[in-house]
Ligand binder design. Structure first.
Ligand SMILES: NC(=O)c1ccc[n+]([C@@H]2O[C@H](COP(=O)([O-])OP(=O)(O)OC[C@H]3O[C@@H](n4cnc5c(N)ncnc54)[C@H](O)[C@@H]3O)[C@@H](O)[C@H]2O)c1
Length: 441
């Protein structure tokens, strides 16, 4: 099938590449000229495990094309995917301007039937806005061309996006048209060999499904962080509690890790956007508001512990920070807890020596050159003469470090661990002062 993607970011590029790998012919359109030029030359703009070979392979085989020419993109596929960003507006609601711009572009150039597939995360209702925009533009052109709008939210996880797209848990399709349902089933048939993963529903339910999924996951994280704060005050160990509750099959082990808060491009903005949606319909989303405020507080947790340890005097101190991305296996630093931590340290007059396996370029792009930030080539060099080590992202390579080396490199042997990666007893024996989340100090 011929498919066009508008928006070649973390979602668009992965989905486009995976569809091309299954044999579809996919055109990728982005307004970012540098990104498209790089992709044409085999330079992949994001770090995502397993993505590079499938992009390179399908591009060279002629099934994956890149362009900035939106007219070419509209002419290419009957299926027109919208995978542009939906960042928070000033009031926290989802900003639909990029989605509506693409809808307008499609309506401006289309000369034959199109199916507009909304893959961007949008609050309930925007499919109507997309349809209205298309109708408005088509009528201003005096054109009468069939156009459908379908909701097909994306559930991939950064860091495991390729696997999530090739073996999705579910493929949600929101449509009221049998024709569109059939086309969408054909498109995704290569991913349904094992069992049918397509779940068809009305458009509004599909849109809400995406928000409900992210809000549920964010709720699990904030709930566990709340428990960790309670455990800390009661002298209990949240890791023992985690094992204790995870063994209950109704609860399960996934997504109940305490830590220094959730970040990324999805949970913070989607929780916020659903709260804003409920404001507009006269419903007070108490749980969601608490999920958000617990998370804000949790992101300050590491800094609070650091400040307490150093009696509020951080002026001139240096901190080794391990992990900048919002989670392992990605270079994405959007809303990352590392940013809250580093900015608080800088405000208090401290310096940061940071290392991340993949997010160093992104960190440089965000913060530029500054005297109080040094990006180090390795985790070990980041420790040199620092007053403490702070671990923020649980990359695999940070899980079993050389504690002798840490102790000898730091000017005072202290670790603040935002992800509970280490054994407190082992570190006590080693003579390292260890702070973690929700465990007795
Ligand atoms: N990142 C995730 O893990 C994830 C997971 C599921 C859903 N989503 C949702 O998917 C959507 C996209 O997220 P993302 O992380 O891929 O965003 P992103 O910021 O990585 O990529 C968006 C891309 O759209 C491009 N763009 C903007 N306007 C355009 C236009 N008019 N025409 C063509 N391209 C245009 C940008 O240049 C950018 O390359 C969002 O709604 C997000 O909430 C993201």
């Amino acid at each position: 099938m011929k498919v066009t993607f508008f928006g070649i970011g973390y979602v668009g590029l992965v989905q486009a590449a995976v569809l091309a790998d299954a044999g579809h012919d996919v055109m990728c359109v982005d307004v970012d000229e540098r990104k498209i030029e790089n992709l044409k030359n085999g330079i992949i703009p994001i770090y995502e495990p397993g993505l590079t070979p499938i992009v390179e392979h399908n591009h060279s085989e002629g099934r994956l094309h890149f362009t900035t020419d939106s007219k070419e993109g509209v002419a290419f596929g009957e299926l027109q995917f919208i995978a542009v960003g939906t960042p928070p507006d000033e009031d926290g609601s989802a900003d639909l301007k990029y989605v509506l711009t693409v809808a307008e572009t499609i309506a401006t150039h289309m000369t034959s039937r199109k199916i507009i597939v909304d893959k961007s995360t949008v609050p309930v209702g925007p499919a109507d806005k997309v349809r209205d925009k298309v109708t408005e533009v088509l009528s201003s052109r005096g054109a009468d061309i069939e156009c459908h709008v379908v909701s097909n939210p994306e559930f991939l996880k950064e860091g495991a996006a390729v696997a999530d797209c090739t073996k999705p848990d579910r493929i949600v399709v929101g449509t009221d048209s049998d024709y569109v349902e059939e086309i969408m089933r054909d498109l995704y048939a290569p991913f349904n060999r094992n069992h049918d993963r397509v779940i068809v529903m009305d458009i509004r339910s599909a849109e809400l499904t995406k928000y409900a999924a992210n809000c549920m996951l964010a709720t699990k994280i904030s709930f566990m962080n709340e428990m960790s704060n309670i455990a800390e005050r009661l002298g209990a160990d949240i890791e023992a509690v985690r094992h204790g509750i995870g063994s209950d099959s109704r609860i399960g082990y996934s997504f109940i890790y305490p830590g220094c808060g959730y970040g990324g491009s999805c949970f913070p903005k989607d929780v916020q956007a659903l709260i804003r949606t409920t404001d507009g319909i006269g419903y007070d989303a108490e749980i969601l508001r608490s999920v958000e405020s617990v998370n804000y507080r949790q992101k300050e947790k590491l800094f609070d512990k650091i400040q307490r340890h150093f009696d509020g005097d951080l002026q001139g101190k240096t901190f080794a920070v391990w992990g900048l991305s919002f989670k392992p296996n990605t270079d994405d630093m959007r809303e990352a807890p590392s940013r809250v931590l580093m900015e608080a340290l800088w405000n208090a007059g401290a310096r940061v020596q940071a290392f991340d396996p993949e997010a160093m370029n992104e960190c440089q792009r965000i913060y530029g050159q500054r005297d109080d930030l040094t990006l180090m080539g390795t985790a070990e060099t980041a420790l040199k003469n620092a007053d403490a080590l702070v671990t923020v992202t649980e990359w695999q390579q940070f899980r079993a470090p050389d504690f002798d080396l840490i102790k000898n490199s730091l000017s005072t042997p202290v670790i603040f661990d935002g992800r509970n990666m280490y054994n407190p007893k082992r570190l006590a024996k080693q003579g390292i002062t260890y702070y973690s989340i929700g465990r007795p100090a």
